[in-house]
Design a protein around this ligand. Structure first.
Ligand code: FES
Length: 653
C-alpha cells in the first residue's frame, strides 16, 4: 500500500507521507510556506490549515473525512480558549491519515505577497529580517554549568536551526528575568539579514509573545519626513504619519544646510540632534496611534539623500558641498537604534539604511530604483522623484543612469507667495477658461469643482487658505494655456490679457485665483515671483532628465513615471505644458506615488530586496549634474514654458 498523497494549495506542492506525519512536518519537507512561531507546540495557532473533502478530479484524488487524524486535545484546548474558524485545523496537530488536499490560507503563509505594485511590476513577498521564535530552554544545572545565554543559543540551534546567536549587553540584562518568568519558555525576536552577519537577539518575552512585531519604513526628505509603521507578520501598514523636517530652520535646501555647517562650527551637531529628535517623535506618535509598545518596533529602514544621510548619521556633510562630492560611505548600513539616539522604538532595533548611489544621488534614489525597477523595463523609462531635491533615473534592461537635481522646495508649495502644504484648505486643482480667463478650482478637503465666486458662496468664509504644489503647477500651466503668461513666463497686465484678475504689483503683475474679499479669507494670487520659482524648479527637473537622455544618446523616452509624495497628484498634461517632463504621449505618463517610501517598505519587508538593490546600485551609472556643462545649457533653455528649443508634438495632439 502506498503512503497517503498530500497536496497543498495554493502552491500545488505534493508528496507522499507515512500515516501519522503532522501536516506541518509534511509542509516543511515540501518547502510549503506554512507559518509557525511555537515550533509545533500547539500554542501559537500560526499553522492553521483548511483540509478539503470530496473528489478532486484535477489532482486525481478522493479525500475521505478521515484523511486527517481526529481533532485532538491540544486543538480542543486552543479552540476553547481562542476559537478556531470553522473548518480550520492546527497544522502541527493534525496528522496525515489518507490522501488529502490542504489549503494554506493567506494568514498562515509566512511569505505572503505584501506589496503589489502595478500589474506590470512584480509583487513583493514578506520575508523580513526579524522573526519571532518560541523556545523551550533547558533549566540550569549545577552539575553541568553553562550560562543562560549559552543554553538559549543551544535551544535556538536545536529547535529552529539558527546557529551562532549574538547579543549585546542590554539584551543580556533582560535575559534572566524573562527565562525565569516564562518558566524556561520564551519568545525571541531574532534579526538575521541577507549578509553573513551573525543572527542577533533583539528582544525576549516570557512565554509565547502574541502582541506582534513591527518595523518602520522612513523616507527622510529635506522638507518632509514620512514614516509607515508596518506589521512584520502581515506586511500591512498599521499607521502612517509625516512631519516637517526640523532642519528647515537651518536652511530650506540641502546646499544651504551644508553652508550653515561651513559657517557655524558645531552646526552639524545641532542638525543631527534636530533630525534624530524628529525621527524619535515620529516613531512615538505612530506607536501611540497604533496602540503598541515602542519595544515592539524591532526594525527600521531609512532612505534619504546624501546630505540628510550624513547629518542623520552624525557625519559632517561638508565634503558633499564641494567637488568631488565624496561620501563618507556609500555602502548600505545596519546599525542599532541606540547608535542613532533613536528612541520611540526598541533600543536594539536594527536600522537599515539603503546604499547611496553617489555624492549627490542618495539612498532615496536607490529606494526609487528598488520600487520602480527601471533595470527590468523593456522600454526606456524616465523616473522622476519630485521633491526639494529631485532624483532622476533613466534606463531599461540594458542600462540605468541616475542623477539628482536641485529643484528647491517650490514644488512642495514653499517659496510660493500663497503656498502651503497639501492640507485641507489648499487649492490643489486649477482650470482657467481661455475665453473669460476665469478660474475654477478644487480645494483639498472639499468635493467641489467650482468657479471662484461659486466656491466662496458654497463653502463659506476662510475655507480657502492657500495653494499647494500640485495646485501651483496646474495654475501656471493653465495661465500659460489661457494666454495670461507668455512663453518667457511673464504675466500680462489687465489690459493685455483682458481680465481684471491681472493686478499691478509695482513693475510686475499677479493673477488673482481667489479674491478673499468676498468671503473674508486671504487673497490668493500667483505672482511673478511665484512663476520664477516654478520656472527655476521645473528647469532643474527638465535639465536633469535631459542630461541623462544625452548620456544615453536618445532624444525621446518611451514613458515617464512621476514619483514623490505629491507626484501622484500632478496631472500629466499640466506637467508637460509646464515643461517639467520631456515630450511623451500623455498616456505614457504614470504616477508611482511615494516611490522612495515604497522602496523603503520593500526593503523592510523583504531581505532579498536589500541584496538586490545593493547589487543594482553598483551597476547604475551616476551622472553629476553640477559638473556637466550641458546641464547649464539645458537649464537655460528649459526656462521657457514649455521650452525654448525642444519640440512638444504630443502637446499639440
Ligand atoms: Fe504553533 Fe501549530 S505551530 S500552533
Amino acid at each position: 500500500e502506498q503512503d497517503p498523497l498530500v497536496i497543498f494549495t495554493p502552491s500545488g506542492k505534493r508528496g507522499r507521507f507515512a500515516k501519522g506525519t503532522p501536516v506541518l512536518q509534511a509542509a516543511r519537507s515540501l518547502g510549503v510556506d506554512l507559518d509557525s512561531v511555537c515550533g509545533g507546540r500547539g500554542i501559537c495557532s500560526k499553522c492553521q490549515i483548511t483540509p478539503s473533502y470530496g473528489d478532486f478530479p484535477k489532482h486525481g484524488v478522493h479525500v475521505a473525512e478521515g484523511a486527517l487524524s481526529a481533532w485532538n486535545a491540544v486543538e480542543q484546548r486552543y479552540d476553547d480558549k481562542r476559537g478556531l474558524k470553522p473548518g480550520r485545523r492546527l497544522g502541527c496537530q493534525a496528522q496525515v491519515m489518507g490522501d488529502v488536499v490542504i489549503d494554506v490560507p493567506p494568514e498562515s503563509q509566512v511569505h505572503k505577497q505584501v506589496i503589489r505594485k502595478r500589474a506590470d511590476t512584480r509583487a513583493i513577498t514578506l520575508d523580513p529580517a526579524t522573526r519571532l521564535l518560541f523556545l523551550e530552554v533547558e533549566k540550569p544545572d549545577m552539575h553541568e554549568p553553562s550560562g543562560d545565554f549559552e543554553r538559549l543559543s543551544k535551544a535556538l540551534s536545536a529547535q529552529w536551526g539558527v546557529e551562532g546567536l549574538t547579543a549585546g549587553l542590554s539584551f543580556l540584562s533582560k535575559l534572566q528575568p524573562a527565562l525565569r518568568k516564562g518558566g524556561w519558555k520564551v519568545t525571541l525576536a531574532v534579526h538575521k539579514d541577507h549578509t553573513t552577519a551573525a543572527p542577533r537577539a533583539i528582544e525576549i518575552w516570557p512565554g509565547l509573545h502574541e502582541d506582534g512585531l513591527y518595523g518602520l519604513a522612513i523616507d527622510l526628505g529635506s522638507t518632509t519626513i514620512a514614516a509607515h509603521l508596518t506589521d512584520l507578520r502581515s506586511g500591512a501598514v498599521t499607521a502612517s504619519s509625516g512631519l516637517m523636517n526640523p532642519q528647515i530652520r537651518f536652511g530650506e535646501d540641502l546646499m544651504s544646510r551644508v553652508s550653515y555647517v561651513m559657517m557655524n562650527p558645531g552646526g552639524d551637531v545641532e542638525m543631527t540632534r534636530a533630525v534624530r529628535e524628529a525621527l524619535s517623535d515620529l516613531a512615538k506618535a505612530l506607536a501611540q496611534e497604533a496602540g503598541i509598545a515602542p519595544e515592539l518596533i524591532v526594525e527600521a529602514v531609512l532612505v534619504c539623500n546624501p546630505v540628510m544621510h550624513h547629518l542623520m548619521l552624525g557625519i559632517d556633510p561638508v565634503e558633499l558641498g564641494q567637488a568631488p562630492f565624496a561620501l563618507a560611505t556609500s555602502s548600505s548600513l545596519s546599525l542599532p537604534a541606540s547608535d542613532l539616539d533613536f528612541t520611540g522604538i526598541n533600543p536594539r532595533a536594527r536600522v537599515y539604511i539603503l546604499p547611496c548611489i553617489a555624492g549627490h544621488v542618495g539612498a532615496d534614489a536607490a529606494a526609487v530604483a528598488l520600487s520602480e525597477a527601471p533595470e527590468k523595463s523593456e522600454d526606456l523609462v524616465l523616473v522622476i522623484d519630485v521633491g526639494t531635491n529631485a532624483e532622476i533615473l533613466l534606463g531599461n534592461t540594458s542600462r540605468v543612469l541616475a542623477c539628482s537635481s536641485p529643484t528647491g522646495p517650490a514644488f512642495e508649495g514653499a517659496q510660493i507667495s500663497s503656498g502651503q502644504r497639501a492640507a485641507p484648505g489648499a487649492i490643489e486643482r486649477v482650470e482657467i477658461d481661455p475665453e473669460t480667463k476665469e478660474p475654477s478650482f478644487k480645494v483639498i478637503g472639499c468635493d467641489l469643482w467650482s468657479s471662484d465666486a461659486g466656491f466662496a458662496q458654497a463653502v463659506g468664509a476662510g475655507s480657502i487658505t492657500g495653494i499647494c504644489g500640485s495646485g501651483i503647477i496646474e495654475a501656471v500651466a493653465e495661465m500659460r494655456m489661457a494666454g495670461i503668461l507668455d512663453p518667457s513666463g511673464l504675466i500680462g497686465s489687465a489690459e493685455q490679457v483682458g481680465t481684471p484678475r491681472c493686478i499691478d504689483e509695482g513693475r510686475t503683475h499677479a493673477y488673482v485665483l481667489h479674491d478673499g474679499t468676498a468671503d473674508g479669507g486671504p487673497l490668493i494670487s500667483v505672482t511673478q515671483g511665484d512663476i520664477r520659482a516654478i520656472q527655476l524648479a521645473k528647469s532643474a527637473l527638465y535639465a536633469g532628465g535631459r542630461l541623462l537622455m544625452d548620456e544615453m544618446g536618445v532624444d525621446h523616452v518611451d514613458r515617464v513615471v512621476l514619483a514623490g509624495a505629491f507626484g501622484a497628484h500632478i496631472s500629466a498634461k499640466h506637467a508637460m505644458v509646464l515643461g517639467m517632463i520631456p515630450d511623451v504621449p500623455l498616456d505614457k505618463v504614470t504616477s508611482a506615488g511615494n516611490a522612495a517610501g515604497t522602496g523603503a517598505r520593500i526593503a523592510l519587508c523583504n531581505i532579498q530586496a536589500r541584496h538586490e538593490i545593493e547589487e543594482n546600485v553598483r551597476r547604475i551609472t551616476k551622472i553629476e549634474t553640477a559638473l556637466a556643462p550641458a546641464f547649464q545649457t539645458h537649464f537655460v533653455n528649459a526656462n521657457a514654458i514649455p521650452h525654448a528649443t525642444d519640440p512638444f508634438p504630443n502637446l499639440r495632439a
